[in-house]
Structures are given as C-alpha cells and as structure tokens.
Design a protein around this ligand. Structure first.
Ligand code: PAF
Length: 284
C-alpha cells in the first residue's frame, strides 16, 4: 500500500491508472476508521481495479474550531486497517497542500444544503462540496463511495457530481450500526459510557417511526413529534433538529404518501450525532 501526500503526485498516479485502463474507486474519509468505512472500502475493492482512500480532516467543513481540534485522529491505526481492508493508495494531504496560501475557490450547492445540517452548521456543505470536488479532480475516480449515515451529504455530492459533469458514479451504501442500533460514527469514541448508552435513543426513535409508517401513520407532523418525544426521553439528549422530509429535496412533508426520510441530530454532552432512516409506507 502506497501513502501519497502531495496532490500533484496523487494526480500523476491516478493518470497512470487511467492510462492503463484500470478503474479507480475512491473512498473519501476523515480517518478514525470504523466498520462503516471498512464496508465502503470492501465494496470499493470488489467493484474497482484500484482502491484509493483519502484521509483528510478537512478544516473547511468545520464551523467550530473546538470541533475540528477534538476530531479523533489515528493515522497509524487507520493505515493498518486500510491495508487489511484492501486499500492500494492512501491519499493523505496536508491542509496547506489542499488549501495553499491564496486559495479562494469554493463550491456551493444551493437549495438541498439550506436545511438540517446546512442550517445547523453554516458553511459545512460548502466545505464538503469543495473538498469532494478537489478529491475527485485529484484522484480521478470512476466511482466514489459514501455512507447513507450522512444522508444530506450524499445528496449534495450526487448533485455536484451531476451539475459539474464530473463523470463519476456516486455510490451510497447503507448505514452500518452497532448491535444496539447506534449508527457507527467516528465521533462515537468521544461519548462517555452513559452518553453512549443513551445515544441509542436516536436509532430507536427512527425505527419506531419506520414501524409507525408501515403500520399506516401518514401524518408527517405526528411522526416527527413522536421521534422528537422519544429522543427527549433520554435525559442527556439535547435535540438539534428532527425532520420528516422528501428524500430528494429534503423539504419537510405534511403527509407520508411515498418514500420519505427522517433526519435527526442531537448532542449528548459535547458530542453531536446525526442519524436518519427511510420511511416507506410500502416496503418491498
Ligand atoms: O463524511 C466525511 O467523512 C467527510 O465529510 C468527507 C466526505 C470525507 C469530506 O471531507
């Protein structure tokens, strides 16, 4: 496994792969790898000749410096896990390499970024869209892999890839969960044992909403209120938002007549978690 730091070296290496007609899969990460990332890497391995994993804690997508500083980092552990999962190249640039002095170009995806994470974390999606565009032009993948856990992010990346004719496929894989339902996230290691115990309320509330919709509930307001009440029942949960919305536009719904997505964000102490679930009145 190769580790490449300079964007120009990575771009050269990707060019060689393309000229040799080898398909390139990219798994963008901010490190602190967990089973969710590994499932993306395994899928990428199965579907491509060359697997690149980017590892970059992107300062442009953090709207709070304390959050950026606290973000877990473990380059040694990540490299070992990446190698074992079948990564060929880790692209691990520095912040100066990605945003050198004089850097002024940003990518702004409108509309679908306005609500939920976009409203709660101003500038977050501008940072995500910018770094993903740069990663796509540097690593030149045929396919890039994202998790459904960051539902809004996956819509943003799909949109920008289509709007900018980037010519790659965006693959979104299901959320990987702990046995008790908690969605895997690099931030989970920051939870205290009691916060970790109470954080299961997020998936529980979402699973209850899925069951309610399957059972015939069509009033989106009632579904939303039930999710929020369940999350608030956990003493340590501070709800940020709960939405029941259109799965493509993320606009809040009045009635759940087709597929919808429930999105939630809450803090447990100083750790903020997000989760989501598809609500389907007629699951296959
Ligand atoms: O989901 C993440 O880890 C990040 O937002 C991403 C896609 C790697 C961009 O920095």
């Amino acid at each position: 496994m190769e580790i490449i730091q300079l964007p120009e070296d990575m771009q050269r290496r990707a060019g060689e792969c393309r000229r040799a007609r080898r398909s390139i899969g990219l798994v963008p990460t901010m490190g602190a790898l967990h089973e969710g990332h590994l499932s993306l890497i395994r899928r990428c391995r199965a579907e491509n000749d060359v697997v690149i994993m980017s590892l970059f804690v992107n300062p442009a997508q953090f709207n709070r410096t304390d959050d950026l500083e606290r973000y877990p980092r473990d380059l040694e552990g990540d490299s070992r896990m990446a190698r074992e999962a079948g990564v060929d190249v880790i692209f691990a640039p520095t912040a100066e390499g990605m945003y050198p002095d004089g850097y002024v170009t940003y990518v702004n995806v409108a509309r679908i970024t306005e609500r939920w994470e976009g409203a709660a974390r101003p500038g977050h999606f501008r940072g995500v869209a910018t770094v993903c565009t740069k990663l796509f032009t540097i690593c030149r993948p045929h396919r890039a892999y994202f998790g459904q856990k960051d539902y809004q992010q996956s819509l943003v990346v799909r949109r920008l890839a289509a709007d900018l004719n980037l010519g790659l496929e965006i693959v979104v894989s299901p959320t990987v969960r702990e046995p008790d339902g908690l969605a895997l996230s690099s931030r989970n290691v920051l939870l205290s044992p009691e916060e970790r115990r109470q954080a299961t309320v997020l998936s529980r509330a979402l699973f209850q909403a899925q069951a309610a919709v399957r059972g015939g509930e069509r009033d989106a307001g009632r579904v939303r209120a039930a999710i929020e009440a369940e999350i608030r029942s956990a003493q340590l949960a501070a709800v940020d938002y709960v939405g029941v919305c259109d799965p493509d536009t993320l606009e809040p719904l009045v009635r759940v007549t087709g597929k919808a997505v429930a999105v939630v964000a809450a803090s447990f102490g100083t750790t903020r978690l997000i989760d989501n679930a598809i609500l389907d009145p007629q699951p296959e």
